[in-house]
Design a protein around this ligand. Structure first.
Ligand SMILES: [Zn+2]
Ligand SMILES: [Zn+2]
Length: 812
């Protein structure tokens, strides 16, 4: 473009996945001008290196001093305007760098892999071969390696010769003996897939095959569609080779299917096929359908006890959306919930769905994103970050278990997926359905203010009764028995009867490990983590004391580090100790433990599958147990130390306790047999416990809403937390005081400034934490105040860090 004879180059704004809160300008060379569009990824120079970023804007500016973009990586934008603007909103609202939010939306797309290749140059070869040159031994070894194997990557060299560090290699490159060639690799649109197997009619007979092969055949014949080869191998125990043999004999067919567009057939039983909806389900569905037909933004809160059939309402609404040629985004709080739900959806609807969560292998996740962008699926099931799924024709967003804390991402970029989902729905003008058995106070208040429409499913499907809940007062138990046993007589008895009745049980204790503290009986010292202000937990399986906040661990000392006394006592019970206690109660019980230590990676779904298939009688675990699983065989749920959660210094402690207890109690009696719940606690009269035990939510909600109003806490006011973190205690405090002073000068009557005070978790990973809390009627006023105070960027010289958290989920 020319103006008055001068050419004005195109300039592009690029958001990069960095901790810096600004976008950078680059010049677009004429050769790339056509391809460079907002929402496309570009490769740009940054400092001495290169980075992948997203084009967020274009302009024509007479600037020549900028660096040029190196390449445009997408033929068509990966993000459309709606998603680009939505990610910008999230970045601004949550005080997060836009580039980091984009990285959360496109997890792999902004990752640049640099592979460094090493080449031996002629001068290097000369050094190696010249009789009089005498290089140091390790230099000779490096050159020797390159001479014998030709081209090696830096990583390969490091594996073969650990001494060949970056310094040494760069030194050799400077001398001109070797060359280091960088190759960058960016995730691209390559199709991935895997083999699937199905049975073929009229193939070879059973007699030809061994028992495992026959088992595989039975599984295949029982399935409605093909099964992933990987799953079949696991389920039947056959080898890849025997499947190949079976294919050669015509008994099975192998086909290659692209992944990402469908999920594997989980072999879990489909628990609830499409039932006739209840009257309440019908009513809820009619309200949602009417809103869909009307068009426009309409949020609903679907409130129903566990087992009341909320999922059925979501699925029928999603079908209605599909019929309109649009897609549904279905958010669930945990990856662990996706396999069973995915299996159920697959059994009911067949194909056209995509699963999206951070646990997927990189390439599958990339492929899933690509398919979503192309508008292939009509339903995307995902966890937190799926709120950014690039669906082109979104018609409905479902957020199941909206109260779940997992929807909040506590690390940068911080965001709350439920709240962000509501904003996305509002911007798009579509329907949002939040569902819960134990709604958040925010959702309840939004219904009362008329912002959300409330839909209620009052009873369980098939009129199964709610479980009978008993509260056991452990103070009285101690008085009566004179011993501090982990299990009350009532709970112990119920566990012992479990096996005879052929039933299953769940035992919840929300603390992992064996003992929750190590106490010196002589001087009263509790062993704390050396870098956090928190007691260490003893893990018997590894015989180590572990910090649950920073993961640092140490051997248990034989004597008190303070007074050298040897009277050390392991106090407090964790899941490992409960497991041990139950084992001693009935050694024949098959027990599984589900907590973060026991289930890493795929262990979680394996444990769930074992339990569903009745290979276990009892699961002991942390709150992981409480989340939405459908276990028809469970008739007993026990909760130990139910009031431990109440003692957290957090205004949501009561809410969390009520929700957790109700959720876990709801796991009992979902099949044909009635359920029984036994809750052990010291403060048995707390409304959160009473409400959960009596199935009277109003006991809790009414009081809690009143309490929050008196104390001026959400949902009645907005909160914003500013935390100052530093490795020096004094610096964190001083800077927090300075900030608080400036905020107070600015606040006038618009908001209240509390603090600064040390965070309840005053030291974490060696970092001291001071916090300031802003409270006020308007979210915007709080955010504007903080922006104003932080506007003039001061150079912290890396000595402190300021973290701004709007709507903080926890005040720890
Ligand atoms: Zn001591
Ligand atoms: Zn620690």
């Amino acid at each position: 473009m020319t103006l008055l004879g001068m050419s004005i180059p195109t300039v592009t704004r690029v958001a990069l996945p960095l901790a810096v809160d600004k976008t950078l300008s680059y010049r677009v060379p004429p050769s790339l001008a056509e391809a460079c569009a907002p929402g496309c990824r570009v490769l740009v120079p940054l400092g001495k290196g290169r980075k992948v970023g997203v084009v967020v804007g274009l302009a024509r500016e007479p600037r020549q001093d900028l660096r040029e973009i190196l390449n445009v990586l997408d033929p068509r934008p990966l993000l459309d305007e709606e998603l680009l603007e939505f990610t910008r909103w999230v970045a601004e609202y949550y005080f997060a760098p836009w580039g980091q939010v984009l990285q959360a939306a496109l997890p792999l797309a902004l990752r640049l892999k640099v592979k460094r290749h090493l080449l031996l140059l002629p001068p290097g070869r000369e050094v190696l071969e010249h009789p009089f040159s005498n290089p140091p031994a390790r230099v000779r070894r490096v050159l020797d390696r390159l001479a014998s194997s030709g081209n090696l990557s830096e990583a390969q060299m490091k594996r073969r010769l650990p001494e060949a560090g970056r310094r040494l290699l760069e030194d050799l490159a400077e001398r001109g003996w070797i060359a280091i060639v960088e190759e960058t690799r960016i995730p691209s649109h390559r199709a991935v897939g895997e083999p699937w197997v199905s049975a073929r009619a009229g193939g070879a007979s059973h007699a030809t095959f061994g028992p495992r092969q026959n088992r595989a055949l039975e599984l295949l014949r029982g399935a409605a569609d093909a099964i992933r080869l990987k799953e079949l191998l696991k389920a039947s125990g056959v080898t890849r080779n025997s499947i190949r043999t079976m294919a050669q004999k015509g008994a099975v067919a192998l086909e290659w299917r692209a992944s990402g567009t469908a999920w594997g057939k989980t072999l879990a039983p489909s628990i609830e096929s499409a039932l006739e909806p209840t009257a309440a389900q019908d009513e809820a569905l009619a309200a949602v359908s009417a809103a869909l037909a009307r068009g426009g933004f309409q949020p609903f809160l679907l409130e129903g006890v566990t087992g009341s059939g909320k999922t059925e309402v979501y699925l029928r609404a999603a079908e209605a959306v599909r019929a309109r040629g649009q897609a549904t985004l279905y958010l669930v709080p945990e990856i662990g919930l996706t396999p069973l739900l995915a299996g159920r959806l697959e059994a009911r609807f067949g194909s056209g769905m995509t699963i999206l969560h951070s646990g997927l292998p990189d390439r599958e996740r990339w492929e899933a994103l690509r398919g979503i962008r192309e508008g292939k699926p009509w339903l995307v099931l995902g966890t937190r970050s799926a709120v950014f799924a690039p669906l082109p024709r979104l018609g409905l967003i479902v957020v199941d278990e909206e109260q779940d804390p997992s929807y909040y991402q506590a690390e940068s970029p911080r965001y709350h997926a439920r709240d962000a989902a509501l904003v996305r729905a509002q911007r798009l003008g579509i329907v949002a359905v939040l569902g819960s058995a134990t709604p958040s106070l925010e959702a309840v208040a939004a219904c009362r203010r008329g912002k959300f429409r409330r839909l209620v499913l009052p009873s369980r499907v098939r009129d199964r009764p709610l479980p009978d809940v008993a509260l056991v007062d452990m103070r009285e138990e101690f008085r009566a028995t004179g011993s501090q046993s982990l299990l009350s007589r009532e709970l112990a008895g119920a566990i012992q009867r479990l096996k005879d009745a052929g039933d299953q049980g769940l035992l919840l204790l929300n603390r992992r490990g064996y003992a929750t503290f190590l106490l010196c009986r002589s001087c009263g010292t509790t062993l704390k983590c050396s870098s956090c202000s928190i007691a260490l937990t003893y893990h018997r399986t590894t015989n180590r004391l572990l910090c649950h906040y920073c993961n640092r661990s140490r051997r248990p000392p034989s004597a008190c580090p303070d007074c050298k006394s040897q009277h050390l006592h392991l106090g407090g019970a964790g899941t490992q100790r409960v497991e041990e206690t139950v084992r001693s109660l009935d050694p024949s019980l098959r027990i599984g433990r589900m907590d973060r230590d026991a289930v890493k990676g795929k262990g979680h779904s394996r444990l769930l599958e074992q339990f569903v298939h009745r290979e276990l009688d009892l699961l002991v675990g942390t709150q992981m147990l409480a989340k939405g699983h459908d276990f028809p065989g469970v008739t007993l749920v026990g909760v130990l130390s139910a009031d431990a959660l109440l003692s957290l210094p957090d205004f949501r402690a009561g809410e969390r306790t009520y929700q957790l207890l109700t959720q876990v109690a709801g796991r009992a009696g979902r099949g044909d047999r009635p359920g029984r719940v036994i809750i052990q606690a010291f403060a048995t009269d707390h409304p959160a416990l009473v409400a959960a035990a009596t199935h009277r939510p109003e006991v809790f909600y009414e009081r809690e809403l009143r309490l929050r109003r008196i104390m001026a806490y959400p949902p009645w006011v907005a909160l914003l937390q500013v935390r100052v973190e530093s490795r020096e205690a004094g610096r964190a405090e001083r800077h927090a005081s300075r900030l608080a002073g400036r905020l107070r000068a600015l606040a006038r009557r618009r908001f209240e400034v509390l603090g600064p005070s040390p965070s309840p978790l005053s030291r974490l990973k060696g970092v001291y934490r001071w916090q300031i809390l802003l409270k006020g009627p308007s979210r915007r006023a709080l955010a504007d105040g903080v922006r104003e105070v932080l506007k003039a960027p001061e150079d912290s010289q890396g000595l402190y860090r300021i973290v701004v958290e709007p709507d903080p989920r926890s005040l720890l």
